[in-house]
Design a protein around this ligand. Structure first.
Ligand code: HEC
Length: 128
């Protein structure tokens, strides 16, 4: 690699570091909850793919009622609002599945996935 390319690669790496400070630590371990979320989310993805919306209503109900911030824990206002946004997206998804509205359920599901990403972008440390 030419020297200028090396310098450029270094600058890009530094810029990436500067724009992604480590996420603020949480006062609880959110990983067990995330493992559960993932199971239900994958089941819903498969259900929507197979147009089997009835079969995944219970998964959506679980997502809607999952408690991300344990009672009494203080995760901060930003995390709380990302968690609340997730729950409202799950509510919309559950409602569209219950009313057998597959097109709406697909939209609601992609909005739900955006809520996962929004919170991860801010609070999940990048993989090393
Ligand atoms: C309100 C915030 C928030 C939302 C919403 C959220 N996550 Fe997470 N998730 C986190 C944080 C924070 C971590 C990193 C936890 C750690 O490494 O300690 C994480 C980690 C994970 C992990 C890795 C768990 C592990 O054992 O390392 C998975 C899988 C995951 N999330 C799936 C999801 C899915 C799927 C959704 C949406 C359906 C979702 N998450 C929504 C905050 C969130």
């Amino acid at each position: 690699m030419a020297r200028t390319e090396l310098l450029l690669a270094g600058a890009i790496a530094l810029a990436a570091c500067a724009s992604t400070p480590p996420p603020p630590p949480l006062p609880f371990d959110v990983r067990p909850t995330m493992t559960g979320l993932r199971v239900d989310t994958l089941a819903i993805a498969r259900g929507l793919e197979a147009a089997n919306q009835d079969g995944v209503v219970s998964n959506a109900r679980r997502l809607e009622s999952i408690v991300i911030v344990p009672p009494g824990a203080d995760a901060g206002a930003e995390f709380d609002s990302l968690a609340a946004g997730f729950t409202s997206a799950a509510r919309l998804l559950r409602g569209s599945l219950e009313s057998d509205d597959l097109p709406r359920a697909r939209i609601a599901f992609s909005q739900l996935l955006q809520r996962c990403d929004a919170c991860h972008a801010r609070f999940r440390a990048p993989a090393r």
